[in-house]
Design a protein around this ligand. Structure first.
Ligand code: GAL
Length: 461
């Protein structure tokens, strides 16, 4: 029989060191000092062995955690964030997310600045367009050239997107998708009920909108934010002036392209579109506008391919419940908005962890899965089309063609065309016009002033 003293010491040792087998007992007849020496020796072992075991077995170390900031808050977007999280965790990293709405506008950026000032340990943030250069010029972003070179990002990311992922020739952001804005989303049962052809041109579109209005359906769903009105505007501008005009006027900021008559015509079309919007538009967000479409209360929405993410999240069937068409007269163009993540240079992550995170976000399988969820095309041209629905497949084909023809052009509304001050100046004109505070002529005049003031500024400064 073991003495009670021996049993207690053995039990203590087992509790303090998990690796001591349950059958361990102290030898009978060991004196108190012997027991004490044995006890101290085992305690020391108990302290040393786990550390040694961890050192020889690195999987046991706690996973480094990445703190990811994003503005994805709608239901479809939250589902997309979950896809990112799963793929990042699969690379052995822990995940913490920080979300605040704002869709890449100063509303989101102000919150991000506050989080940083409060000392939140942020590792990376979602970003779009020229905002990336802003953060890079402040010296805040990690250089991703090494992993980009190893994984040949230069070869697979469309040219127009790369321009925005790099600062002074260095990769500073990882593009995770390529959304496009010049889409017309259609509630299919309502569309079939109206018995009209698919609108291919501006005139077709007007006839369809008129018919919907006559039938008491909201023809065009839209929300309240200036970026949404600007998104409609860029479709109207590309459709009215064509690809060459869009490039010169909005990407090259060539004031010579902005002939007053043409710009006035674009605003005239905006006024026409405005007459097909319901009076409640100024009280809702873009995804609430999508809800009107989903629930059969509105016929059309001109919005980025993230609308498809909402449809998919709610289980709507392509070709039966919704369909997608390019905004009339913009076929062949892809006005893009690529979601990207930049990584903060001063976060506590090691270079190795940063490379793992960047590589996860650029992964082919990850981008395929994310894009089927968000409704975008992947931000790389080598992702197979299988698994995408008809709108997704079309996005990929359109992007590849437009990339070859150089008609893949940044979205004004989403800041992929210009730095924030130019974007915001355009927002102001378009929004005031949309709210009826400027005539078509006044708006055209003001827009030309904005472009000529911006012309010649160095976008990298
Ligand atoms: C954009 C973003 C899209 C989509 C949209 C609406 O800025 O790039 O992925 O989420 O906002 O929130």
């Amino acid at each position: 029989m073991e003495s009670e003293e021996n049993v207690l010491i053995a039990r203590f040792l087992r509790r303090t060191a998990f690796f001591i087998p349950p059958s361990t007992s102290l030898p009978q007849g060991a004196g108190t000092s012997g027991k004490l020496i044995l006890c101290v020796a085992l305690c020391l072992l108990a302290a040393i062995l786990p550390a040694a075991a961890l050192a020889s077995n690195p999987e046991k170390e706690p996973a480094p955690v990445v703190d990811m900031a994003s503005w994805w808050v709608s239901e479809g977007e939250a589902a997309s964030l979950a896809v990112i999280q799963r793929h990042v965790e699969a690379r052995g990293l822990g995940w913490r997310q920080h979300v605040s709405p704002g869709s890449g506008t100063s509303r989101y950026w102000n919150v991000l600045e506050e989080w940083l000032a409060e000392g939140r340990p942020l590792s990376a943030s979602q970003a779009i367009g020229f905002d990336i250069r802003d953060w890079a010029s402040r010296g805040m972003l990690a250089n991703l050239d090494a992993i980009a070179k190893e994984e040949e990002w230069d070869e697979v990311v469309p040219h127009g997107i790369q321009r925005l992922s790099k600062y002074k020739g260095h990769w500073v952001a990882v593009p995770i998708n390529a959304h496009s804005t010049n889409w017309l989303w259609v509630n299919y049962p309502l569309f079939s009920r109206l018995g009209m052809p698919e609108p291919d041109t501006w005139d077709d579109l007007l006839k369809l909108l008129e018919k919907a209005k006559d039938e008491g359906i909201i023809p065009l769903a839209i929300g309240r934010e200036p970026w949404e009105h600007t998104l409609l505007f860029e479709c109207a501008a590309a459709g009215t002036g064509g690809a060459e005009f869009y490039r010169r006027a909005f990407l090259d900021l060539d004031e010579g392209a902005l002939e007053q008559g043409l710009v006035e015509e674009i605003f005239r079309r905006m006024s026409v579109l405005r007459s097909f919007v319901d009076p409640e538009f100024n009280f809702r967000t873009w995804d609430e506008a999508t809800t009107l479409l989903r629930e059969g209360r509105a016929l059309l929405q001109v919005q980025g391919s993230w609308v498809l993410g909402e449809f998919r999240h709610h289980g709507l069937k392509p070709g039966q419940e919704y369909s997608c068409l390019r905004f009339p007269d913009t076929q062949g163009m892809v006005l893009f908005n690529a979601d990207q993540y930049f990584l903060f240079k001063n976060s506590p992550l090691s270079d190795e962890v940063r490379a793992t995170l960047a590589s996860a976000l650029m992964g082919i399988e990850f981008q395929a899965e994310l894009s089927t969820a968000t409704g975008a095309a992947p931000a790389r041209v080598d992702v197979p089309r299988e698994g995408f629905d008809p709108c997704g497949r079309r996005s990929i084909t359109d992007m590849r063609n437009a990339n070859m023809r150089r008609t893949m052009m940044g979205s004004i509304a989403m800041g992929n065309a210009n730095p924030a001050p130019v974007k915001e100046a355009i927002y102001a004109v378009v929004n005031e016009h949309f709210l009826g505070k400027l005539t078509d002529r006044e708006a055209a005049h003001r827009l030309r002033e904005v472009i000529s003031a911006a012309a010649g500024a160095d976008p990298e400064s």
